[in-house]
Design a protein around this ligand. Structure first.
Ligand code: CAA
Ligand code: NAD
Length: 272
């Protein structure tokens, strides 16, 4: 959506200022992409420390983009990075930031109540024309939007991790990719729980046999085990008899131990 806006002059003029709420894996990537397409971006999170980490992540991601884009002329890469970084500022005060924003993209924790509370508060602070969007992986947009009075200006903008590399943004009801991908990843965990294969063997099998860039355990670590658990628990609650949504004791144990994947340094695997 944001990317396609860059190719449409009229729409680009309509959305100039974008607020991203949540500076984690997804929010930082969305801020980077929005800034790269010329939007003025404010990234919001709960503490300055988190925002510093987000800014560092954006800079190192931009370096990777620049390294390839300016392989022939590396000296132009730094100017490219600085130009994009200039479009991004940070804040811990969402309510004041949204007073001057055209589009809010929310990428906070995958929890309906927390998202509803956030949007309920933002609805009072944002101007009438502001469009709200959620990057939720699994929650119905109508349920999140119900805490606001702008149902006609509320949508789903579902980006994929890593945002700067993945070319899809979904806004179809039902979220096709996750409806297939999350049960597949959980089925890999169940296969391992039943003793049918080591994590390593299952990952190698899917990479070599199906051509996937990451195996399911690598991908779970990359997505975040907490986020994966929130998704599967939410679906299980809605449809408890569906075996595709059954909880996994191993996933639950790792989350309880704070092993959330790449972002905390350990999940199914250890990460440096
Ligand atoms: N920012 C910028 N560039 C990046 C990047 C990032 N965060 N991550 C990777 N890249 C680029 C770099 O240019 C890198 O080249 P360099 O070595 O020069 O840095 C290039 O990608 C290749 O990366 P790697 O060699 O490190 O590894 P790779 O070839 O395996 O590619 C990958 C990395 C693109 C992440 C690939 O492994 C992949 O596509 N993995 C699957 C990702 C996936 O399935 N995502 C969906 C998750 S589900 C979801 O998002 C929905 C949900 O709601 C949960
Ligand atoms: P994350 O844990 O990396 O980051 C979430 C960030 O939100 C944290 O920095 C946290 O401090 C912040 N936050 C929490 N409550 C907040 C609030 N009230 N106000 C401001 N900031 C707040 O999570 P993530 O992986 O970036 O996921 C964010 C959203 O995107 C979730 O809804 C998730 O389901 C969805 N999503 C995740 C992926 C993925 O692969 N990880 C892919 C697509 C969509």
């Amino acid at each position: 959506f944001i990317r396609s806006l860059s190719s449409s002059a009229a729409l680009h003029a309509a959305i100039k200022h974008v607020t991203i709420i949540g500076g984690g894996l997804m929010g930082a990537g969305i801020a980077q992409v929005a800034a790269s397409t010329g939007h003025s971006v404010v990234l919001v999170d709960t503490s300055e420390d988190i925002l510093k980490k987000s800014a560092k992540g954006i800079e190192s991601s931009l370096k990777r983009v620049a390294k390839k884009k300016f392989a022939e002329k590396p000296e132009d890469g730094e100017a490219f990075i600085q130009k994009i970084l200039k479009n991004i500022s940070t804040s811990t005060d969402a309510a004041s930031v949204v007073q001057g924003t055209d589009l809010v993209v929310e990428a906070i924790v995958e929890n309906l109540k927390v998202k509803q509370d956030l949007f309920g508060a933002l609805d009072k602070a944002a101007p009438e024309h502001t469009i709200f969007a959620s990057n939720t992986s699994s929650l119905p947009i109508a349920d999140i939007a119900s805490s606001t009075a702008r149902l006609d200006r509320f949508g789903g903008l579902h980006f994929f991790n890593p945002v700067p590399m993945m070319k899809l943004v979904e806004d179809t009801p039902g979220f096709i990719v996750n409806r297939l991908l999350v049960p597949y990843m959980l089925e890999a965990v169940r296969l391992h729980e039943r003793g049918h294969g080591s994590k390593e063997d299952i990952d190698v099998a899917m990479k070599l046999g199906a051509g996937y860039p990451m195996g399911p355990f690598e991908l779970l670590d990359y997505v975040g085990l907490d986020t994966s658990k929130f998704i599967i628990d939410g679906w299980h609650e809605k449809d408890p008899d569906n075996p595709l949504f059954a909880p996994s004791p191993l996933l639950n144990k790792l989350v309880a131990e704070g092993k959330l994947g790449k972002k905390t340094g350990e999940g199914f695997y250890k990460h440096k």
